[in-house]
Design a protein around this ligand. Sequence first.
Ligand SMILES: [Zn+2]
Length: 184
Amino acid sequence: MPEFPVLLLGNPELNRVSKAVDRSELGEVVELVGNLRDTLNAFRARHGVGLAIAAPQIGVFKRVVYIHVTAPIVLINPVVEPLGDEKLETWENCLSFPDLFVKVKRHKACVLTYRDLNWREIQVSLTGGMSILVQHECDHLNGVLSVSRAVDGRSFCLASERRFIRQSALNPWSSTRLAESTGG
Ligand SMILES: [Zn+2]
């Protein structure tokens, strides 16, 4: 399956709100997931980073997310609810702005509810890196990018200057290069 062009920061399409998937659309979702997988894999091969991609990033305005941290996970109609009040400060980048890091605050823990490709409803509690990642991806489905959640005016850093970012804030994941980015 082909790699699709990823919409980049500045493209107003990234601010569109995506539509919920109906069960009758599952066949199309299978094809969409293949395209998301191929696009994410091609991006990782080129940039060495990238953990997830949301359908609107390839111009499909459906509530579908493809995550591949240790194994592929497909989220259909995901909903994230914060668990507790604690927030983490983290530097995120994104397939839609791979050359930029943005400092944001995310809920440390959340409850994620979604459907899988068999239309089973699944609910999981997440903390740390995975919690941050699904909040980032669900934002995409609502047309929200990390840049609009920047903590303050000093919350932007070019990827080339990332050495100035405190490592622990850059990376709630392990220290492998692939895992440096929380973005998708
Ligand atoms: Zn993103």
